[in-house]
Design a protein around this ligand. Structure first.
Ligand code: ADP
Length: 448
């Protein structure tokens, strides 16, 4: 097992990883920008190294500075968290070439899944159902029209290198298609440095349901059930729950087994998430994330498994701590992403947190790097905390969520807390009847 792990991240996820390390007796090294000197992930770590100025490109994405920090502190492994360098295959290679362990999958798997075109082809080959669309890259409007003849409209033009809900253009009819392909290619080239795009049938009212998998280097693969992440704004997740209110145990078992077998065939290592759109009882793969996800706690709450601990164990060559038949799904967990943003306009609201009061009690977890007096810097993602509740059933979890939101205080900055409070008055949400556009429709209605 590793003696010292460098955490190449910040905020709540850096703290989350630090906690798992300390429970395993592993020392931690924090890295930070000059803007994060007083950040909690720095204060809690055993050692810390400043790796650059506030801009992420010069600090949290600064590979030479991070490698130097690992070198001078004698870290044995690097955990990338999510975002930043977590899905950067080249970084994983560099870490390994310095004789350190990258806590994550192999660079080849990161690369394979990082390109949505190669990812789709690979999982299809391994037996996972995918969204009907083009077989590969679309280079010009004529090719796009050919696909449209087979697949029909509406069609979504998607960037192979897309991420964070960006890089998608909708074409409702053939009149929109040429323009959509052109714009998507230009935007993808500018945003991701890769102009490759492909086509997918646009599903009108699907749910976003994703399956968590964990695989070790001894040939063991388990699935940990699904998360429903259909509550989205601008294709970004806002609230997640496990299990999905739309699936029964047989459906869970069926999709879980399909994914488990496919991941075994692909030879994947570590934790990963296979994302689907789900409509009229059918699953359609959209992408695989080769890292820990923001919403991993809801899975931890219903399985009792520590996913970061499993990641670290697997990276050090140990076996998975559980087999598939030892995994059971207990109750329901819901996570609210608390962002420092105005709850109606979503304009970022950095600044000083004057007061921070955390709810407690049975089945309540708050993952955050905030403290009273902490100043949220304007340079990074606006996620400042995650409130996660667990209950014996969905009704219990909703009651607990309501009670926890009443207790939670974040004063001094605008947050999305009022949004979640309002949501708990909506019958459709309470009944679990929502799809990926439901939240935006509801926000529009409530703005009137
Ligand atoms: P990203 O990597 O940017 O997260 P994804 O492919 O995972 O991109 O898609 C993000 C979200 O975009 C999905 O959760 C869904 O809301 C929407 N989306 C993606 N593909 C489709 C599709 N074929 N039809 C309808 N919505 C889609």
């Amino acid at each position: 097992m590793f003696e010292k792990v460098l955490i190449a991240n910040r905020g709540e996820i850096a703290l989350r990883i630090h906690r798992a390390c300390h429970e395993m007796g592993i020392a931690t090294v924090a890295v930070h920008s000059t803007a994060d000197r007083d950040a909690k992930h720095v204060l809690m770590a055993d050692e810390s190294v400043c790796i650059g100025p506030p801009a992420a490109a010069q600090s949290y994405l600064n590979v030479p500075a991070i490698m130097s920090a690992a070198e001078i502190t004698g870290a044995n492994a690097i955990h990338p968290g999510y975002g930043f360098l977590s899905e950067n295959a080249r970084f994983a290679e560099i870490v390994e070439s310095h004789g350190l362990t990258f806590i994550g999958p192999s660079p080849d798997h990161i690369r394979l899944m990082g390109d949505k075109i190669t990812a789709k082809a690979a999982v299809k080959e391994a037996g996972i159902p995918v969204v009907p669309g083009s077989d590969g890259e679309i280079n010009d409007p004529d090719e796009a029209m050919k696909v449209a003849k087979d697949v029909g409209f509406p069609l979504l033009v998607k960037a192979a290198a897309g991420g964070g809900g960006r890089g998608m253009k909708l074409a409702r009819t053939s009149a929109d298609l040429a323009q959509a392909v052109q714009t998507a290619r230009a935007e993808a080239a500018a945003a991701f440095g890769d102009g490759a795009v492909y086509l997918e049938r646009y599903l009108e009212q699907p749910r976003h349901i994703e399956v968590q998998v964990v695989a070790d280097s001894h040939g063991n693969v388990v699935h940990l059930g699904e998360r429903d992440c259909s509550l989205q704004r601008r294709n970004q997740k806002v609230l997640e729950e496990a299990p999905s209110p739309a699936l029964n145990a047989a459906q869970r078992q069926e999709i879980g087994e399909i994914v488990r077998k496919a991941i075994g065939k692909i030879g994947y290592l570590g934790v990963g998430t296979v994302e689907f759109l789900y409509e009229n009882g059918e699953f359609f793969f959209i992408e695989m994330n080769t890292r820990l996800q923001v919403e991993h706690p809801v899975t931890e709450m219903i399985t009792g498994l520590d996913l970061v601990r499993e990641q670290i164990r697997i990276a050090s060559g140990e076996k998975l701590s559980v087999s598939q038949d030892q995994i059971s799904f207990n109750g329901c967990a819901i996570e609210c992403r608390i962002n420092a943003e105005h709850p109606k306009t979503f304009v970022p609201s950095p600044g000083m947190v004057k007061d921070f009061h955390v709810p407690g009690g049975l089945g309540v977890r708050l993952d955050s790097a905030m403290y009273s007096g902490y100043t949220i810097p304007p340079y990074y993602d606006s996620l400042i905390g995650k409130l996660i509740v667990h209950g014996g059933c969905r009704k219990d979890a909703l009651r607990r969520l309501k009670r926890s939101l009443e207790e939670l205080v974040v004063a001094g900055v605008e947050t999305t807390i009022p949004l979640f409070k309002d949501l708990l008055h909506e019958d459709e949400f309470i009944r679990g009847e929502y799809h990926i556009h439901w939240l935006e429709d509801w926000l529009e209605k409530s703005a009137d």
